[in-house]
Structure formats: structure tokens, C-alpha cells
Write a protein that binds this ligand. Structure first.
Ligand code: SAM
Ligand code: SF4
Ligand code: SF4
Length: 357
């Protein structure tokens, strides 16, 4: 609960940014650590033994995360997503989930409370996560081939651990499960059909993500991006697909339905068809910085406000909501729409493992 514990006064409508986009979605990174070293996200050469991860006292506490979440809900957020690094590495995550699950919208409705994970700990944790109040999970999975999975994720265990995690989540009622596959040319694009066929008819929704130029350590090249259009064409040639309308405004994935009724797939065209115009997401790093764009180079230090110091008192809940609302109102980010103009220019960018995707 907040410093004051009082209800926050609500704005007449939710916060709008400089381009009139609402704040609807908050992604909360709970750790910058991970038990995988995916080559496109945390390559071991960069994130090795010498890498300085955040110390425990640098991380926002559960109290602090809950306060930020409540402030964001007062400003219009209806969906919270826990991420990382690997969020299941944060000790006591179920307690945080229970606190966030207790938050209600101004109309008294529960929030959509999701988690993005590499899935390896799900078999053991899914039931407890559901019990704590988690609504659903997204699991990242880039290959079904054991050797390739181990190479991409740079781990020593088999892909069956992730597949078991997906099934455990399904059985625990955390569905419909979304499965995110980052597609990289010549790395795993020969598996598009195998992946689609593995999940057809299961009720899980496989979503292909274009490899993005996030961070500065993954050596991104435009010719390694497989456009979503090509992905959908390749799968549709074997299993005919029809487009589906977006489920909600600001949805990142285009949706496609198998004509034979075997379910749906999605494609996230972050590079070839950016969706900045409807982007309603803010991101909170594990150490309390708010980023209004995945490609921002700097975040707004909310932790400094939450903790006070240097003569300043810790901010109260109303002040926290004002600070977050003010930050959102000044936002004009639309990096992906401008990408073609800026790609190639040297630019510092935050890493995906820090901000959570
Ligand atoms: N560790 C969790 C996981 O892997 O699901 C959560 C954090 S991870 C940073 C969130 C998502 O970002 C994953 O689905 C991952 O595949 C995606 N991701 C990481 N680097 C990416 C990149 N360069 N392009 C596209 N997606 C990326
Ligand atoms: Fe870890 Fe997720 Fe990044 Fe892979 S994509 S290294 S699992 S944070
Ligand atoms: Fe949103 Fe930034 Fe991505 Fe555009 S580039 S969709 S503004 S996070």
C-alpha cells in the first residue's frame, strides 16, 4: 500500500500522450537476471561472469511496484504484464502477483495480469502462479529442435522442459497460452511450419515476432528480419489462413485464423509494419525507471521519487500519479515508425533483458 494509503483522485479520462495515445498497458520488469543467454537478447560474451547485474537493494520492492501499478491504473492502465530478465527468478513472485491481482479499476473490475517467461520453471510454478491470481502466460520458444534450442537459448537442458511448462500452464488454467517465437533469417525460419503444426489444434496461440534492433549487443541486421507477410504466406500456403480483427485497440499482433478451425496464430511486425500510432505501453525497469518506448535511451527515475533522499521526502500516492501522468503527457515516441531514418546511426539503447520486451 502507498505512503498515504488513501484512494487516488482519478482523472476524468485516462492519461493521453502528446500524440493523444492513452496509457493502457504497463510492463513491469522484476529482475534483469536470466537463466537463459539467448543469443539475440543476452549473448554470453556480453552478459558473462563479469556483467554487473542490479543488486537486491537497487530493485524496486513489492511495495514500490504495487504503488506504481496503482498509480498507473488511476491513469488508465488495465493490463499489467510481468517480465524481466526472467521474471520467475524474482524471489516470492507469487506474493507480488497476489498484491497486483487485488488491484481494481476505478469501476471495480479486475485487471488483466499476465506474465512473459522462458517457461523453464513453469512446470513447477504454474499452479501456484494461478492460485496467486495470475490471469495468463506468454511463453517464449524459438525452436522445437533440441540442439538448436540449446544453441539459441545457450542452455544445457532440453526443449522438452519448456514444452512441459507450457502444458502445465495450460492445465493450471493460465490460457489461452501465447507462445512467442522470434524469427531470424537462416537461424530458425526453416521451422515456421513445424512450429505452426506443433501448436495447431491445441488452443495455444503461436505468435511470430520479427527480430528487432533492441539494445546494442545482438548485432541486428535488417536482412535477418523475416517480414511477417512472408511468414503468414508460407504457413498459409499449407494451412489456409484468414485475417481476424484485433481483439483490442493497440494490440501488437495481427491475428490469423486457420480456415479449417484449428485455432489462430499471430504475427508481430515490429519492423516491417510498426504500430507506434496505437502504442499505449509504458515499461517499468526492475530498478524503477519508466520508459515510454522500447527503444528509449533514457528512463524517468521513479525510484528516486519513491524513496526520496537528498533532502526530498518520499513522494505520496497523489504525487506519484501526477509524476507518471506528467511523464506520459509529454511522450511523443514513435521509434519504429522513424526506424528507417535512424537505423545505422550510432545510438545508445536499453537492452531487452533490462526492460522486458
Ligand atoms: N525472459 C522472458 C522471456 O524470454 O519470455 C521475458 C523477457 S524477454 C526480454 C521478452 C521477450 O522479448 C521474449 O519473447 C523474447 O523472445 C523477446 N526478445 C528479446 N530480444 C528480442 C529481439 N531482439 N527481437 C525481438 N524479440 C526479442
Ligand atoms: Fe532471458 Fe528472455 Fe532474454 Fe532469453 S529472451 S535471454 S529468456 S530475458
Ligand atoms: Fe511503442 Fe516505441 Fe515500439 Fe513505437 S517503437 S510501438 S512507440 S514501444
Amino acid at each position: 500500500m502507498g505512503v498515504t494509503g488513501r484512494a487516488i483522485r482519478l482523472p476524468a479520462i485516462g492519461a493521453r500522450d502528446a500524440l493523444r495515445r492513452p496509457l493502457a498497458d504497463l510492463r513491469i520488469s522484476v529482475t534483469d537476471r536470466c537463466n537463459f543467454r539467448c543469443v539475440y537478447c543476452m549473448p554470453r560474451e556480453v552478459f558473462g561472469a563479469d556483467y554487473r547485474f542490479l543488486e537486491r537493494e537497487e530493485l524496486l520492492s513489492f511495495d514500490e511496484i504495487e504503488r506504481v501499478a496503482r498509480a498507473s491504473v488511476a491513469l488508465g492502465v488495465r493490463k499489467l504484464r510481468l517480465t524481466g530478465g526472467e521474471p520467475l527468478l524474482r524471489r516470492g513472485l507469487e506474493e507480488l502477483i497476489a498484491r497486483l491481482a487485488a488491484i481494481r479499476t476505478p469501476r471495480g473490475e479486475p485487471l488483466d495480469l499476465a506474465l512473459t517467461t522462458n517457461g523453464v520453471a513453469l512446470a513447477a510454478r504454474a499452479a501456484a502462479l494461478r492460485e496467486a491470481g495470475l490471469t495468463r502466460v506468454t511463453v517464449s520458444l524459438d525452436s522445437l529442435d533440441d540442439e538448436r534450442f540449446r544453441r539459441i537459448a545457450d542452455v544445457r537442458f532440453p526443449v522438452s522442459r519448456v514444452l512441459e511448462g507450457i502444458e502445465a500452464a495450460h492445465e493450471a488454467g493460465l490460457g489461452p497460452i501465447k507462445i512467442n517465437t522470434v524469427v531470424k533469417r537462416s537461424a530458425n525460419d526453416d521451422e515456421l511450419l513445424a512450429l505452426a503444426e506443433r501448436f495447431r489444434g491445441t488452443g495455444h496461440v503461436l505468435r511470430f515476432i520479427e527480430f528487432m534492433d533492441v539494445g546494442t549487443s545482438n548485432g541486428w541486421r535488417l536482412d535477418e528480419v523475416v517480414p511477417s507477410r512472408e511468414i503468414i504466406e508460407r504457413i498459409g500456403a499449407v494451412h489456409p489462413l484468414d485475417p481476424l480483427p484485433p481483439r483490442a485497440p493497440g494490440e501488437t499482433a495481427s491475428r490469423w485464423r486457420y480456415r479449417d478451425g484449428a485455432g489462430e496464430i499471430g504475427a508481430i511486425s515490429s519492423v516491417t509494419a510498426p504500430f507506434c500510432g496505437s502504442c499505449s505501453r509504458a515499461r517499468l525497469s526492475a530498478d524503477g525507471k519508466v520508459f515510454t518506448c522500447l527503444f528509449a535511451s533514457e528512463g524517468f527515475d521513479l525510484r528516486a521519487l519513491l524513496r526520496g533522499g537528498a533532502g526530498a521526502a518520499p513522494v505520496d500516492d497523489a504525487g506519484l500519479t501526477r509524476a507518471l501522468g506528467g511523464l506520459w503527457s509529454r511522450r511523443s515516441d514513435r521509434y519504429s515508425e522513424l526506424r528507417t531514418a535512424v537505423t545505422g546511426a550510432p545510438r545508445s539503447r536499453i537492452e531487452m533483458s533490462y526492460i522486458g520486451g
